[in-house]
Ligand binder design. Sequence first.
Ligand SMILES: *[C@@H]1O[C@H](CO)[C@@H](O)[C@H](O)[C@H]1NC(C)=O
Ligand SMILES: *[C@@H]1O[C@H](CO)[C@@H](O)[C@H](O)[C@H]1NC(C)=O
Ligand SMILES: *[C@@H]1O[C@H](CO)[C@@H](O)[C@H](O)[C@H]1NC(C)=O
Ligand SMILES: *[C@@H]1O[C@H](CO)[C@@H](O)[C@H](O)[C@H]1NC(C)=O
Ligand SMILES: *[C@@H]1O[C@H](CO)[C@@H](O)[C@H](O)[C@H]1NC(C)=O
Ligand SMILES: *[C@@H]1O[C@H](CO)[C@@H](O)[C@H](O)[C@H]1NC(C)=O
Length: 461
Amino acid sequence: MAMSVCHALCLALHIARLPLVIAYLPPTSPPWQPTYDLANSTISMQCNSSGWSSPERGAEFGIISYDWSNSKVQWAASKPMDCEERLAKQAEMTGQQGTGSHVFVYRNLVKALPWFTTVREKLNDPAYSGWFLRFKPSAAPYHVPACAAENQSKCSTFYHDQEQTPAVPTAAQPHPDGSCTDGVCDCGTQPCGEYLFDHRNGSMLRDWLIKEHIGGPAGLRNPSVHGFFMDDYWCSNLICAQDPSVAGCPCRDPVQGPTEVDKNNQADMGLSDEDVRDIALGWNETMAAVEKSILGAGAYTWWLMDGQTNANAGPTLLKRDTCASQLRGACTESSHWQRSPQLFGLTINSSAVAPAQLEQDVAFFQLARGDYAWLGWGVWGMTWPFNAEPAHGELPPLPYGVPRPALLSKDFGKPSGLCKETRSGVFERGYTKAHISLDCNTFTASLESHPILASRKGLIV
Ligand SMILES: *[C@@H]1O[C@H](CO)[C@@H](O)[C@H](O)[C@H]1NC(C)=O
Ligand SMILES: *[C@@H]1O[C@H](CO)[C@@H](O)[C@H](O)[C@H]1NC(C)=O
Ligand SMILES: *[C@@H]1O[C@H](CO)[C@@H](O)[C@H](O)[C@H]1NC(C)=O
Ligand SMILES: *[C@@H]1O[C@H](CO)[C@@H](O)[C@H](O)[C@H]1NC(C)=O
Ligand SMILES: *[C@@H]1O[C@H](CO)[C@@H](O)[C@H](O)[C@H]1NC(C)=O
Ligand SMILES: *[C@@H]1O[C@H](CO)[C@@H](O)[C@H](O)[C@H]1NC(C)=O
């Protein structure tokens, strides 16, 4: 008890003097056992906006993370909208495949999205009005509508923009980002839109985010949900001026404030630069508490992987011209490659929609990886393309898009040590069932199984 009071006081002092001290956590490993099984070390962010994502395909990945737009055709038509329940249902269907995949779902702690039921219930309830940012009436007319496009008498005093928001299709906009049906968009008593949490509210909002939005029945209380992709962040010009090295600085997504929100939001809400800074600091403090609660529940978030803060989903790729320097870095015990959880990406030939250097990338992964590492489709977002592209017949077999290459199911065993540069530009690492090498001079890989062990395994099987 005494300790927690002291802790709170210390935190308050730090906020006053050193704004950047209490904030989201440094890269941290998941609370589960490491695995060197390659198939279990794969990752994908999945989304099928026209329906469920194939649970069989999702269950092929060590981590499979479902985006909010998954099954959007269905949840945007629901009355009321049920994105949150559908994410949980998708997690259950994928979990039922029994492959031991860690299934993640989407959350947003910056935007209060009313197509998530737990958020909508609070937006609808005046008792929680302190959790949400408001329009400033004297700033009217606003740059975004306060009332629903389909019903001018359905209005909100809470700030909300219309980006990435489901709408009733019109002649001018026949394909909105999610189509509501029967002329009605049901986000509750408020119009649909991207609302914003006011993180200056502090512990009341924070405790609810942790217990219900993250920890509730569609979140960590659901045994099929093992983690989250958490989207968006707050950026403050005052914080950036004080320290330009702060993640996200300079603020340009598209302006300071909440990311991916209408660029006039600060004026429409009448927020000062100090207000924006205070909300950014409150958000950051909440992020740290949320991350701790997720880890404490045995779960994980994308945000805790090295380089993945601020809603990043950007893997490291092997490049031919930096191959040797990348591996020299990775082959030391104290490097971030060995110490922090890392995301690796396969280099993709975009016209072929296929890995361009699969053997080299797998060799690089096996050489450079530490206890926690994942390999996936190497473009930002890391969505393995399940869905068939209609055009040109260029894609591999239908109906479920690009198959996972057989090489990613190969069992190399466990590493017997770190990788070593055995000749200039040539890197090798022993595994219990294979010997891995990558020659950065010729850019050729070798992934040889140990013949004796391989045949012994054959006898046992
Ligand atoms: C949030 O906290 C992290 C970790 O201390 C820091 O790197 C980041 O710059 C902070 N962001 C803001 C907006 O304060
Ligand atoms: C993880 O490895 C186990 C044992 O090899 C395997 O049965 C399971 O299917 C793998 N899971 C995934 C998601 O690759
Ligand atoms: C996406 O959803 C549609 C509609 O349910 C379905 O026909 C299709 O097979 C799904 N695609 C994948 C890759 O899951
Ligand atoms: C947080 O919001 C609640 C609900 O509206 C309100 O009662 C409380 O006073 C707010 N707290 C702060 C510190 O703003
Ligand atoms: C329009 O919104 C008002 C206020 O929320 C509501 O009472 C009314 O039923 C809505 N009209 C339609 C046609 O949905
Ligand atoms: C990418 O794929 C296309 C089509 O298969 C092929 O013609 C091209 O050579 C490939 N590019 C590279 C850099 O491998």
